[in-house]
Design a binder for this molecule. Sequence first.
Ligand code: F6R
Length: 366
Amino acid sequence: ERGGFPHYMLKEIYEQPQTLKNCMSGRVNVEGTNITLSGIIDYKDKFINARRIIIIACGTSWHAGLIGEYLFEEFCRIPVEVEYASEFRYRNPVIYEDDVVIAISQSGETADSLAAIELARKAGAFVYGVCNVIGSSIPRNTDSGSYTHCGHEIGVASTKAFTAQVTVLTMMALAIAKEKNTIEESRYLDLIKELQNIPAKIEKILEHDDKIKQLSKIFTYAQNFIYLGRGYSYPIALEGALKLKEISYIHAEGYPAAEMKHGPIALIDNEMPIVAIGTNNNIYDKVVSNIQEIKARKGRVIAIINEGDEDIKKMADHYIEIPATEECLDPLLSCIPLQLLAYHIAVNKNRDVDMPRNLAKSVTVE
Ligand code: F6R
């Protein structure tokens, strides 16, 4: 049932080209010129008139939410707050009737997320669910929503559900931007076109799996890891670090790269591996200078770069090349090598990859 894969997690990583196609199917039209989400159609005024979007989630789903923040602000020009459900529910938060609350959850059963939804509904906000498990509690307790349609995720560490969440949020942002007139038609079309190229680009990244496996052997005994990214790559730095922590039990932290100099740079020495996401985007030069600062302190840099990038390649100790894409879609690609890196390091350490210690697939108690 693992389809020849040694672990469900690896199977699920490899399924992503297909799960993202499934996620887009029936939503991106066959001509590739429009996006329709049935959960939004009837409620489009809620989104168009939203004073604010509040995203609530936990763990990996919260990281998807951070990417959602960048997407909704860039394309829809709606202010966004991303909240840990557990903090939100106990804080007596300000919620307006014209807020749209988006709850993201793979299982649809996370206790804190459910309680946060309850609070938002009582305050009169419109609540939209982005969930994977069909008929689970969150879809049953929200006003509307979109399923991620990535199939049953068995590995405790979330992989394919994460990329499907990000894909749904991307489609939502584009569909709402179109309705709100905050995106130019040509840009809308270009992004839909490129979104459809993502599955094939993930296939290409999976071809580097052997290289990543070899690379993982160098770092099996590292005690710590730092992951850095900026802009859309910052949530991926957090997600890469979480994947490593939960399945390998190596301490790892994700940071926005520019925050290094405000403290964490003190940790860097020649024993510290730093995974730097240096794919091409409008702050590429700044990422390059962050990598220079790390090399000056002898940190060991593993860079995620775009194919053909010679500049970072020269500076980094190791690199993994991924295809270039639109900046806002880059998270869907840059997370893949980090999933594989975490997986291989955990396997090298003989960890129970699919069922890491102390973790449950759905956290139904607070
Ligand atoms: C990490 C992971 C957890 C979940 C979190 C939320 O790989 O799986 O951090 O993302 O427990 O779960 P859901 O999305 O089911 O609400």
